[in-house]
Write a protein that binds this ligand. Structure first.
Ligand code: GLV
Ligand code: MN
Ligand code: MN
Length: 421
């Protein structure tokens, strides 16, 4: 069988795996798999079976990350991490995150038990989206050692804290420090769908990520006064929902005026939430991204000022808090070069790009050189059940991964590296 036929078969199997994993869901008829939810356990079991068959020993660390270690040819060898996340947004597609984990597994399968001068650890991160606690990257933060008491105390919509969620899953939060990378970890690779239109528009199956845009996530609480919707005259109201609506359109206007800036009020809850009561309180989540940290932080200040002005003018009070603030992160130059070379060897052009979406690689980059390979996303649709991939593009990603492992094994690239303390 030719390399191309073989990688096409492997690509079909990888896509079937992603579709099977999409059935582990908290919701009927659509995919939602949040941090340490019950379906995450089923997802772990399934991937553990596949990893074991490929020759890796899998376990779940205390932050709920699934980790499968494929040993090196020799003891004391460095370790290359390859992975992505297993949690999803609500009403998700089958490939965001999951494809990166399945492709890491596929690369182990391609080795057919042959050992390399480095170990490979497949990581399925427990939480990247921020769907359950409003704060993303809980899984990858455990690997870089930045899970703190503040993070463990965050609560979900049912007032369950991160700490309790970990305990309820049968894990011990006191063990989280042991999930951190050890000195043998020398690099991180992440395959991920692009989730945007660029590779399709430029007719490139694969892309190489140079940098990942920074992001800020905040919660705003507009506090007005709940009252009867029929009897309260318009000029006597302190309507928190009307204030939030005015602010949301101001956010959209500002973002529209700056190419490259994206700002979104993604979620809003109005209380008391009755059909005939003026909303007394609105909680709204804001997400702001830009490749320039200066532009992003100026925009965030402008959004805070505009919320304050609108609240004050309408006689409301306002509280705001920053849930997550992450600067843009550059990928490792020499790994990017290796990825480019591997993409060229598949016959594709290595299109360089900045990722607008956040990825675990931006957290791992704090400790180890990190690089990302993007796959073309048909119609640029993601975070939606219509999200899809082309089998031929997945086959190219598998070939790219195989070339990359070959290059890294033969160039001594990883053997020379040391994990940053
Ligand atoms: C991850 O999907 C993100 O929000 O960028
Ligand atoms: Mn996502
Ligand atoms: Mn993702």
């Amino acid at each position: 069988m030719s390399i191309a036929e073989n990688s096409k078969l492997r690509a079909e199997r990888a896509v079937a795996h992603c579709q099977e994993l999409a059935t582990f869901s908290e919701d009927h008829g659509s995919t939602r798999r949040t941090f340490l939810s019950t379906p995450m356990r089923g997802c772990h079991h399934k991937i553990t079976q596949w990893l074991s068959a490929a020759g890796a020993n899998a376990y779940v660390d205390a932050a709920g990350n699934l980790r499968g270690v494929y040993p090196a040819a020799h003891a004391q060898a460095p370790c290359l991490l390859i992975g992505s996340h297993l949690d999803t947004v609500p009403n998700a597609g089958a490939y965001d995150g999951v494809l990166g984990v399945v492709l890491a597994l596929t690369l182990l399968e391609c080795l057919e038990k042959k050992k390399l001068p480095f170990a490979i650890e497949v990581v399925g991160f427990s939480e990247e989206e921020g769907g359950r606690f409003g704060v993303p990257f809980i899984g990858s933060r455990a690997l870089v050692g930045t899970v703190d008491e503040e993070l463990l105390a965050l609560e979900d919509a049912h007032r369950i804290s991160v700490r309790t969620a970990i305990e309820n899953f049968g894990l011990d939060p006191a063990e989280i420090p042991r999930a951190a990378l050890t000195n043998d970890a020398v690099a991180f690779l992440e395959f991920h769908i692009e989730q945007g239109p660029v590779l399709e528009a430029t007719n490139n199956p694969l892309g190489v990520v140079e940098a990942i845009a920074g992001q800020t996530r905040m919660e705003f609480v507009f506090l007005g006064s709940a009252n009867h919707a029929g009897t309260t005259p318009m000029h006597l109201r302190k309507d928190a929902l009307a204030a939030a609506a005015e602010w949301i359109t101001a956010v959209e206007r500002t973002a529209n005026s700056d190419p490259g800036l994206v700002a979104t009020v993604c979620r809003m809850t109005a209380s008391p939430g009755a059909a005939n009561v003026i909303a007394g309180e609105v909680r709204a989540n804001l997400d702001v991204r830009h490749k320039s940290d200066d532009v992003r932080s100026h925009a965030v200040s402008a959004f805070v000022e505009s919320a304050k002005e609108i609240a004050a003018r309408r006689g409301l009070s306002l509280r705001q808090s920053t849930l997550f603030d992450q600067n843009a992160v550059a990928m490792d130059t020499s790994l990017v070069y290796q990825v480019e070379e591997a993409i060229r060897r598949t016959g594709c052009h290595p299109h360089r790009m900045v990722s607008g979406a956040g990825h675990d690689a931006m957290i791992l980059a704090q400790r180890v050189p990190a690089a990302m390979i993007f796959l073309r996303t048909p119609s640029g649709i993601s975070h939606d059940p219509r999200e899809t991939v082309e089998i031929d593009d997945v086959a190219k990603a598998i070939e790219c991964g195989q070339h990359l492992l070959d290059q890294l094994a033969s160039s001594n690239h990883l053997q020379k590296r040391k994990c940053r303390a």
